[in-house]
Design a protein around this ligand. Structure first.
Ligand code: MLT
Length: 394
C-alpha cells in the first residue's frame, strides 16, 4: 500500500484551518479580548424569510408519503435548474437545463472537476488566489505555473503568449483581491484558451457582488466562452448558504476537448460519485429566485456592501492602498509600514483584536498584503474599523 505522496507536498494545514487554530489559541490566552472576525469569508446574516419558508415547506413535504422524495437526480432537480437558466437569461446567456449541475458548493466542484483531466496537464493559476485551486492540483500531482497578479496589473493578470497551459483558473470578482475583470480582460483569456485548446475553470462565486453594470458576472457573457469554459457558482455568498450548502456548475454542451464533450464526462462522474443535493436544500435555493427571495437576498448583499464601504473609507482616511470593496465583499490592503502578512495578522490580533487573512496564505504575491471581509455585521465591522483606525493612525 502506498499513500498519495503528493499530499505530503501540501502545506501542513489548509489556510483557514490554520487561522482558526491561531485565533482559538489567542482567545484561550486572552479570554478578555472581544475578537472581531474579518477573516474567513463566512456570512453572518441569517437565511432570508423566503428561503426559510421554502425549507420549512419542503421539510413538511418530506414527512408525507405522497410528497416524500428519495434519491433525486444527481445533477439536480429541474425546478432549480430552470430558475438558474432564467437567471442567466437575464445576463443574455442562454443555458439548457442539462448544462447546469447542482452541487453542494463551488469549493467541492472546483476540486472534483479535476477528475476529468489527465495528471499530465499544466495548470495556470493566478497568484495570489483562493488556495483550493493550487492545493487540489498538488494533490493530483499536476504541474502548476503561476500568472502574476500584482499592483502593476491591478491584480488582474492577462495571458502571456509565452506560457503554455492546459487548464486555466480565473476567479472574478477575485478572491482574495476583490479585483474584477472587464469584458476585454475575460475575452483575452477566452482567446488564449481557444488558441491552446485549454479549458478555463471560471469561479463566479462572488458574481452577485458586482454592482457596476459594465462588468461581466459570467464568463459566458464573452462570445465563444462556452467552447472553452466551465463556470462554478454558489449560493453561499449570494444567499447565505455557507452552512446550507448549495451551488451549481455549468458545463456547456459546446465544450469539447480532444473530441470528447466534457458535459457527458461530468454527468458520468457525478452520477457515479455524487448522490445530489438534498431536495429540501434545492427547494430553499430555488426560493432565492422568487420575487421575494431576490429582493431579500439583494438587501443582504447591500448590507455587506455597506460594510465594505465602512472598511474602505477607513483605509482611505489612513492613506492605505487597497483593491476590492466595490464589486466584491473582499478588501485587499497593503500591510502598513512594510509589514509582512503574518506579522500584520499577529499585530492586528494582538493590538486590536481583529482577525483578517494574511495575503501570503494566497500565494507568493500576497506577501505584504492582507484581506478583510465585509461579511460580519454592521456593529462589529464599525467596531473593527474604529480599532484599525486607532491602531494604524498612531
Ligand atoms: C474565503 O474566505 O476565502 C472563503 O470563505 C472560502 C470559501 O468560500 O471556501
Amino acid at each position: 500500500m502506498k499513500i498519495n505522496q503528493h499530499y505530503l507536498e501540501l502545506e501542513k494545514s489548509y489556510l483557514f484551518t490554520m487561522i482558526s487554530k491561531k485565533v482559538a489559541q489567542f482567545q484561550q490566552q486572552h479570554p478578555e479580548v472581544d475578537i472581531i472576525r474579518l477573516g474567513i469569508g463566512d456570512v453572518t446574516l441569517p437565511l432570508c424569510p423566503a428561503v426559510v419558508e421554502a425549507l420549512e415547506n419542503a421539510s413538511a413535504e418530506m414527512g408525507v408519503k405522497e410528497t416524500f422524495h428519495g434519491y433525486g437526480p444527481e445533477q439536480g432537480y429541474d425546478f432549480l435548474k430552470e430558475k438558474i437558466a432564467g437567471y442567466y437569461a437575464e445576463k443574455s446567456v442562454s443555458l439548457a437545463p442539462d448544462e447546469i449541475f447542482i452541487s453542494d458548493g463551488a469549493k467541492s466542484d472546483l476540486g472534483n472537476i479535476l477528475d476529468l483531466f489527465d495528471a499530465d496537464n499544466t495548470v495556470l493559476i493566478p497568484d495570489p488566489v483562493y488556495p483550493v485551486y493550487v492545493d487540489t492540483n498538488i494533490m493530483a500531482g499536476r504541474k502548476v505555473v503561476f500568472a502574476n497578479a500584482d499592483a502593476s496589473n491591478g491584480f488582474l493578470p492577462l495571458p502571456d503568449e509565452n506560457t503554455d497551459a492546459d487548464i486555466i483558473y480565473i476567479c472574478s470578482p477575485n478572491n482574495p483581491t476583490g479585483a474584477v475583470y472587464d469584458h476585454a480582460g475575460l475575452k483575452a483569456w477566452v482567446d488564449y484558451a481557444k488558441k491552446r485548446d485549454a479549458v478555463i475553470l471560471f469561479d463566479a462565486a462572488y458574481e452577485s457582488f458586482v454592482a457596476d453594470p459594465a462588468l461581466p458576472r459570467s464568463i459566458y457573457e464573452i462570445e465563444g466562452a462556452k467552447e472553452v469554459a466551465i463556470e462554478f457558482c454558489s449560493f453561499s455568498k449570494t444567499a447565505g448558504f455557507t452552512g446550507t450548502r448549495c451551488g451549481y456548475t455549468i458545463v456547456p454542451e459546446a465544450l469539447v476537448c480532444g473530441g470528447v464533450g466534457l458535459n457527458g464526462l461530468w454527468l458520468r462522474r457525478q452520477t457515479t460519485k455524487f448522490n445530489g443535493v438534498p431536495y429540501i436544500i434545492q427547494k430553499g435555493a430555488a426560493a432565492v429566485f422568487s420575487e421575494e427571495g431576490r429582493r431579500q437576498t439583494l438587501a443582504n448583499i447591500d448590507y455587506y456592501r455597506e460594510n465594505a464601504r465602512i472598511l474602505a473609507d477607513t483605509l482611505d482616511r489612513l492613506g492605505i492602498r487597497y483593491t476590492g470593496g466595490k464589486n466584491s465583499p473582499y478588501i485587499w490592503m497593503e500591510c502598513p509600514n512594510g509589514m509582512k502578512s503574518w506579522e500584520f495578522f499577529d499585530y492586528l490580533l494582538e493590538n486590536a483584536g481583529v482577525v483578517g487573512t494574511p495575503g501570503a496564505g494566497f500565494g507568493t504575491n500576497g506577501e505584504g498584503y492582507f484581506r478583510l471581509t465585509a461579511f460580519n455585521d454592521h456593529e462589529n465591522t464599525e467596531k473593527a474599523a474604529k480599532r484599525i483606525e486607532k491602531l494604524l493612525s498612531k
